[in-house]
Design a protein around this ligand. Structure first.
Ligand code: FPP
Length: 247
């Protein structure tokens, strides 16, 4: 499906190679309609579908979605359970379509905390989409940026203790190698929906030089045109990575 914005994105050519999204506002979307929160998450699943197709259409090679944070475990048990069921449903329902679209799914985070049924569904979607070349989709589940850095520090400390690594050899690459997101490039663009201007413990290390786009739209209403608007906003930025502007 073509759109004026998509044409402009393609003309510019500078498509971000990695877009990350904090999908926020499902609860408010539901409250505004007098519905229970879990129906907001369910509607959010439709937006996930639409944004993946739009990312493929725009030629974005890497997309990361923050689906469930370490801190989300502290929500009421019923909401946690509804979110896990939704992940299972998503994994089962979407696997064939994602495969057809050429989307390769990775699920990253502390997966030791998720239940057996969700784990199996997640393994199946990863296995069933392996080899897709149109888009790398990272679903971050049971993920926290601080927890990821602590985990990496422990892994590196253990390697030093075993004599496999010296303290001097601990550099950025060594840290990144011990992250859940190992092998995933840092995001060029972070989108947060629902107007909130916070990082909420998301990819704290990886976002060091990422461009930020805050959309006022609640996640269930976020559509392909909203993604294209964010990509156009990105294309208008000048990235300096701490240096001065080029002459
Ligand atoms: C934040 O909205 C959203 C979440 C905690 C869950 C995100 C999950 C989905 C979009 C659906 C499933 C995703 C996949 C990949 C299948 P919130 O509940 O914090 O909203 P609020 O701030 O309005 O309360």
């Amino acid at each position: 499906m073509s759109s004026d914005r998509l044409d402009r994105i393609r003309l510019s050519g500078d498509v971000p190679s990695h877009v990350a999204i904090i999908m926020d506002g499902n609860g408010r979307w539901a409250s505004e309609r007098g519905l229970p929160r879990h129906l907001g998450h369910r509607e959010g699943m439709k937006a996930v579908r639409e944004v993946i197709q739009a990312a493929v259409d725009a030629g974005v090679p890497n997309l990361t979605l923050f689906a469930f944070s370490t801190q989300n475990w502290m929500r009421p048990a019923a909401e946690v359970s509804a979110l896990m069921s939704l992940l299972q449903l998503y994994a089962r329902k979407e696997r064939a379509e994602l495969r057809k679209q050429g989307v390769e799914v990775k699920v990253l985070g502390d997966l030791s905390r998720i239940d057996e049924a969700t784990r199996r569904a997640v393994d199946d979607i990863v296995e069933g989409t392996r080899g897709g070349t149109a888009l790398n989709l990272n679903l971050l589940i049971s993920y926290g940026g601080r927890e990821e850095i602590l985990h990496a520090a422990r892994v590196l400390a253990e390697r030093v203790r075993r004599g496999e690594l010296s303290a001097e050899e601990i550099d950025e690459a060594a840290f990144e190698d011990a992250f859940f997101t190992r092998g995933v490039p840092s995001p060029d663009l972070l989108i947060r929906t629902s107007g909130e201007r916070r990082l909420s413990n998301f990819m704290l290390w990886q976002l060091a030089y990422t461009e930020l786009h805050v959309s006022p739209v609640l996640w269930p209403d976020f559509d392909r045109e909203d993604l294209f608007e964010a990509l156009l906003d990105y294309q208008g930025r000048e990235r300096r990575f701490g240096r001065v502007a080029s002459p």
